[in-house]
Each structure stands twice: as structure tokens, then as C-alpha cells.
Write a protein that binds this ligand. Structure first.
Ligand code: ADP
Length: 297
């Protein structure tokens, strides 16, 4: 396993920021780390990168104990902190030379990395002349310059415009092919766009850890329907794959089904059989956003 956290807790004074958290991740996984503000995402990431000591638990990166051997572990980790601290007065290339020298990396690697993150056109500019999207690229270049196996990205797309978002997401997805990526975000679409696994934490604890494919597989279908007349709940529950039937008002119902097959045609047939008319119908898939709200309330 590239990342292995076992029973990690972090206590600040009387406050538990992370509570007995365990998960592992392997190469090729791009894990979306989701949670409301204050859930413990940044704390976990800082512990994982060796910048913060856990109060309890073990952290291994490529089997190296991060607490015991932070410098050795950090050779395997690329970290983009939340507020991407950059030396704004430096030129892009100058800054990356500086980062490369810290890692004792051959200077020839710098151009390779600049090219990989799409900074070639901007490499002669000062960092403070760059847009937020390009500054993020500089941060990413600095994070991958030593070719680490593990990438820890704390809210990598915050503050980017829609075009920059698309570009940076594509870049992260590309980088994730041969690395293990853990990225925090509170944008659900981001997880759907780039991640193949999602971990949701709330109040320092994991409340969901699932692959995106199995999430999609198990998605619920929710249909809100209004009939022209009264109907019994028991009858509605006889619809195939029916999970729940909730009476919202008068003749309006919220129905949930455990299938991806569109249930609307079945519902029309059903209404006809029952001698009812459908006055209104809305279908929605229970997406990650709904799940997130349910799990983190
Ligand atoms: P997230 O990244 O999910 O927003 P954080 O890891 O930053 O959450 O914070 C988790 C909890 O720990 C929050 O309640 C926060 O106030 C608290 N916390 C974070 N850093 C410190 C600190 N240095 N001292 C005291 N409390 C902290």
C-alpha cells in the first residue's frame, strides 16, 4: 500500500480534530477526500505528510513510518498545501530550480516537469504575474518535481475559474495514472470528474469509503409524482424495485427505487392500471451531493 493510516487521532487541547481514522490507498487510486469545513481533512493531510504529529496512530507511506522517518517519507510524497505558498517575487523557473535543489534533483528534470504541467509558455514570468490557475500549476510542478509516488493535494482547485478548473482536473487525472492521489475538496462534481474512490469524513471520522463505480451502481432513483386522486402506500410499494413511498402532500408522493432503469414508464403503466392520471412527475438520481448532505448533517 502506498498510503496506510491506522487508528489516527489528533487532539488539539480539548478538541478532537481527527478520531481513530484508518484507511489505505494504492497506486492508481485518486481518492476524493470530502467533508464539511472543520471535518479534519487538512489535519489528516498534514499528518500524512509528516508536517503534524498525530496524537495516536501509525502513518505509513510506501511502508515508511512518517512519524519516525519524516524526511525519508517525504521523498515519496508530493504535497500541495491549501494556500499553495509560493515566493511571488521569484520567476517560475527560478522557483522550481530552488525546489529542485532542496530535493537534490537534476536540473534537467525541471524542464520535463514544466512541460508536464503545461507551464512552458509562462516559465520565464514572475510568479506574481501569473493567474491563479497557473500559480496552481507551479504548486503542482513543485509537488511532483521529485517524482513522488504519493500526491497529497489540499483543495487544489479552490478559486479557479471554470476553464482553469477543467485544465487542472485533467492534469491531476493524468498525474494520478501512475501515482496515489489524495485530494481534498468540497466540490462533489470534482470527485465525480476525477476520482475513482471517495472518502467522506465528518467530525474527524470516516462516514463513507467507497469506489465511485460502486456508488454509481448503487445509486437510488427518486421520483416525485402527483396523481389526480388518492392512492394507498401499500399499492405504490408493489411497484418493482420499490424502496420507499413517502406521502409529501395530498396526492403527491416521493418514491425511491433501487434500480438504474428509468422507472417513469412503469409508473405511467401503473397509474393507468389503477385508473389514475399523473399530473406531475420529476425524476432525480440520488447523487453524491445528496449522500454527502445525509452523511454530514
Ligand atoms: P478541514 O480541513 O476539514 O476544514 P481541519 O483539519 O482544518 O478541517 O480542522 C479540524 C478541526 O480541528 C477544526 O475544528 C479546527 O478548528 C481544529 N483545528 C485545526 N487546526 C487547529 C489548531 N492548530 N489548533 C486548534 N484547533 C485546530
Amino acid at each position: 500500500m502506498s498510503i496506510q493510516l491506522t487508528s489516527i487521532s489528533k487532539i488539539y487541547g480539548s478538541q478532537t480534530a481527527v478520531n481513530n481514522l484508518s484507511f489505505s490507498a494504492k497506486k492508481g487510486e485518486i481518492v476524493g477526500f470530502l467533508g464539511p469545513n472543520g471535518a479534519g481533512k487538512s489535519t489528516t493531510m498534514k499528518i500524512l505528510t509528516g508536517y503534524l504529529q498525530p496524537s495516536e496512530g501509525t502513518v505509513l507511506v510506501n511502508d515508511i513510518n512518517v512519524v519516525v522517518n519524516p524526511i525519508k517519507a517525504q521523498k515519496n510524497i508530493g504535497y500541495l498545501p491549501e494556500h499553495n505558498p509560493l515566493y511571488l517575487e521569484m520567476y517560475v523557473k527560478e522557483y522550481l530550480h530552488f525546489v529542485a535543489s532542496i530535493h537534490k534533483i537534476n536540473k534537467t528534470e525541471i524542464d520535463v516537469v514544466i512541460d508536464r504541467v503545461g507551464l512552458s509558455q509562462e516559465s520565464q514570468k514572475k510568479i506574481n504575474q501569473l493567474s491563479k490557475g497557473y500559480r496552481q500549476r507551479v504548486g503542482l510542478a513543485a509537488a511532483i518535481i521529485h517524482n513522488p509516488d504519493v500526491l497529497i493535494l489540499d483543495e487544489p482547485t479552490t478559486g479557479l475559474d471554470p476553464n482553469q478548473l477543467v485544465e487542472i482536473r485533467a492534469l491531476i487525472k493524468e498525474l494520478g495514472k501512475d501515482k496515489t492521489v489524495l485530494l481534498s475538496t468540497h466540490i462533489m462534481q470534482e470527485v465525480e470528474a476525477i476520482c475513482n474512490r471517495v472518502i467522506i469524513i465528518n467530525k474527524g471520522e470516516i462516514v463513507l469509503d467507497e469506489s465511485l463505480s460502486s456508488l454509481k451502481e448503487n445509486q437510488e432513483q427518486v421520483i416525485t409524482v402527483t396523481f389526480d386522486f388518492k392512492i394507498e402506500e401499500q399499492l405504490l410499494l408493489q411497484l418493482p424495485n420499490s424502496n420507499t413511498a413517502e406521502n409529501i402532500s395530498d396526492n403527491s408522493w416521493k418514491l425511491s427505487f433501487s434500480t438504474k432503469t428509468d422507472m417513469r414508464p412503469k409508473l405511467f403503466d401503473f397509474a393507468q392500471e389503477q385508473g389514475l392520471k399523473i399530473l406531475e412527475l420529476n425524476s432525480e438520481n440520488k447523487n453524491l451531493e445528496t449522500l454527502f448532505r445525509e452523511l454530514t448533517l
